[in-house]
Ligand binder design. Structure first.
Ligand SMILES: Cc1cc2nc3c(=O)[nH]c(=O)nc-3n(C[C@H](O)[C@H](O)[C@H](O)COP(=O)(O)O)c2cc1C
Length: 230
C-alpha cells in the first residue's frame, strides 16, 4: 500500500464508523484479527515494510492506531469502539503477535491511548492458557493488563465429537471445554463477555437451554467439514 492508500483506508474506516453511529448502532467493532488487513500490518510474518509502518511493533501498530484515532475523532468520546485481535492467523494457527505478557501490555496500552474501549481477544479455544505459568486465556490477560472490558471467544459449547481429537478423554473435554469452566471463568471476572458462534448455528435455543440448565437438550452437533477450518 502507498501512503495515500493507507490514508484512504483509514478514512474509509472512520466514515464507516460515523455512518454506523448516524443510523443508530450502539458501537463498532474493528476487525484487527485473523490475518486480515489490519492484522497483516501487526504481524511480522506479513509486514515487510521498511517505512514507519513496518519494523518495530510500535510501527506495525501504526496503521491500526491511526484507524482507531480517526474513528474516535469522528464518533466522539461516548460511542463504544471495540478492537478484535488475535495471536493466531488464518495462515498460521500458531502465530504470535506478542510473545510475553509485557509485550502484550505495551501493545494493548497503545490502543487504549488511541481510544479503544473494549478488546475482543479472539482465540480458537477459550480454555487454552495464553502464557506459561497461568490458566488465563488471552482475554483474561487483556483484562488483567488493562482492566478494561474484554470479550472472549472460541469453541464454546463444542465439547463432544466436534473437538474430540483435542482431548485424551471425554471427561477431560467436559472439564476444559464445558460450560462449567466457562461460567467459572466469567464468575471470576477473568473476562466480561463471551462470543458464541457455531453452538448457536447448530441450535438457536442454545443460550436459553444453557440458562435453564437444560444442556442435555442441546441438539447434537452435526459432524461437518467445518472442523477442518477451525
Ligand atoms: C466455518 C467458519 C468460518 C469462519 N470464518 C471467519 C471469517 O471469515 N472471518 C473471521 O474473522 N472469522 C471467521 N470465523 C471465526 C469466527 O469469527 C469466530 O471467531 C468463531 O466462529 C468463534 O466462535 P465459535 O468458536 O463459538 O464458533 C469462522 C469460523 C468458522 C467456524
Amino acid at each position: 500500500m502507498t501512503k495515500q492508500d493507507i490514508k484512504d483506508v483509514v478514512k474509509a474506516f472512520a466514515d464507516a464508523a460515523a455512518d454506523a453511529q448516524a443510523i443508530g448502532f450502539d458501537g463498532v467493532e474493528v476487525h484487527g484479527a485473523h490475518g486480515y488487513l489490519i492484522d497483516q500490518f501487526f504481524w511480522e510474518g506479513t509486514n515487510d515494510r521498511d517505512d514507519e509502518y513496518g519494523g518495530s511493533m510500535a510501527n506495525r501498530q501504526r496503521f491500526g492506531i491511526e484507524i482507531i484515532e480517526a474513528i474516535r475523532d469522528r464518533v466522539g468520546p461516548d460511542f463504544p469502539v471495540m478492537l478484535r485481535f488475535s495471536q493466531w492467523k488464518m495462515q498460521d494457527y500458531d502465530a504470535k503477535l506478542c510473545h510475553t505478557p509485557d509485550e502484550l501490555e505495551a501493545w494493548l496500552n497503545r490502543f487504549v491511548e488511541a481510544g479503544v474501549d473494549i478488546f475482543h481477544a479472539s482465540t480458537r479455544r477459550f480454555w487454552v492458557p495464553e502464557f506459561e505459568g497461568s490458566d488465563l486465556n488471552l482475554a483474561g490477560w487483556v483484562k488483567k493488563l488493562t482492566g478494561i472490558p474484554t470479550v472472549s471467544v472460541g469453541s464454546v459449547g463444542l465439547t463432544d465429537d466436534f473437538i474430540s481429537g483435542t482431548f485424551a478423554s471425554k471427561q477431560e473435554a467436559v472439564e476444559q471445554a464445558g460450560i462449567d469452566n466457562l461460567v467459572e471463568r466469567m464468575t471470576n471476572r477473568e473476562f466480561d463477555l463471551i462470543a458464541v458462534g457455531r453452538a448457536l448455528l447448530q441450535d438457536p435455543e442454545w443460550l436459553i437451554k444453557v440458562k435453564e440448565n437444560r444442556l442435555d437438550e442441546v441438539a447434537p452437533f452435526a459432524k461437518a467439514s467445518l472442523k477442518e477450518l477451525y
